[in-house]
Each structure stands twice: as structure tokens, then as C-alpha cells.
Ligand binder design. Structure first.
Ligand SMILES: [Zn+2]
Length: 164
């Protein structure tokens, strides 16, 4: 069953609560959050943030990709954020996947994208590598407050990947 028409209908019924007249497009808490697109991550509840406060970037895995660098560059240089929080999680679909198998399946359909799926086996190491890439990316103007957390959807806990 298609959702799009239902979504359009719901939005039409909620214009009052959706409207944000006068709200700034600049995140009030000057923070950008990168997270996996996994449906179990409720970032607003998890992080105590509300609309207007933070940029939310999501992709498969919560991986630092070229497009994440692009978006964070815009977030910082054009919209004033100064802090980045990256959230990956236990039981991620990208964990244990195969880039090669995925690329082969794409190729069978005639697709030869420049990107790879980004499957990984070591969650903490992958997150740490992502943080390192952000900290060494001159596209970002603010690189001294970049943190990485791991969420466990089974327990609801969030841990700092760099505090042992
Ligand atoms: Zn995930």
C-alpha cells in the first residue's frame, strides 16, 4: 500500500502545527547530527532536541560520505553550526554486509555507481574512522567539537565511542 497520498492528507490536516513562521533556518543549538537511517533511532527523543535546534543528516550506516562532508560544510559555513555528533548503532544492517555482493547486484541491473555500499565489520573502528575523517576535513570550519556515540536499540543505551 502506498503511503504518499496518506502523508499528503495528514500534512494538509496539520498545517497549524507544521508551520514555523519566523523560525530561523539556523540551528539554535549550533549542532549537526549524523546518524544511521535505521527506524529504531528516534533522534529527537534520544538527544533531547526539538525542531529548529539541530541539523539532522541520515544515511545508511551513519557513515561519513562525500555528501555528508558537503552537507556539514554547508551546515557550518552557511548556517552556523559548530559541533558535530555522529551516531551509529548496534545491529546495524550495514554491519556484516558485503560491498562486493551489493555492487554485483547493482551491476546486474546495469548500475555502476561511483559509491560503495559502505558495509563494515567493526562498528567502533568504523565510527572512529568517520570521526577522524571529519576532524581532518578542511571543508569543515569547526572541527574541535566532533563526537561519536553508539546506540543499542535493545537496551536504549547510548555510549561515547571514545571513552573507554
Ligand atoms: Zn544502521
Amino acid at each position: 500500500m502506498a503511503n504518499a497520498d496518506d502523508m499528503l492528507k495528514v500534512a494538509a490536516e496539520r498545517t497549524g502545527e507544521l508551520a514555523a513562521p519566523g523560525m530561523s533556518s539556523r540551528p539554535s543549538r549550533k549542532v549537526a547530527v549524523l546518524a544511521c537511517m535505521d527506524v529504531r533511532l528516534d533522534l529527537y527523543a534520544m538527544l533531547g532536541i526539538e525542531r529548529g535546534q539541530a541539523h539532522i543528516l541520515r544515511n545508511a550506516g551513519g557513515l561519513v560520505t562525500d555528501d555528508v562532508i558537503r552537507s556539514l560544510s554547508a551546515s557550518q559555513r552557511l548556517l552556523g553550526t559548530e559541533e558535530v555528533v555522529v551516531i551509529m548503532h548496534e545491529h546495524c544492517g550495514m554491519n556484516g554486509g558485503s560491498d562486493d555482493e551489493f555492487s554485483e547486484a547493482l551491476a546486474a541491473d546495469g548500475a555502476h555507481p561511483s559509491w560503495r555500499l559502505g558495509a563494515f565489520t567493526d562498528l567502533d573502528a568504523t565510527l572512529r574512522a568517520g570521526l577522524e575523517r571529519l576532524r581532518t576535513s578542511p571543508e569543515l570550519s569547526a572541527r574541535d567539537r566532533i563526537r561519536g556515540f553508539v546506540f543499542d536499540p535493545e537496551t536504549g543505551s547510548l555510549r561515547d565511542v571514545e571513552s573507554d
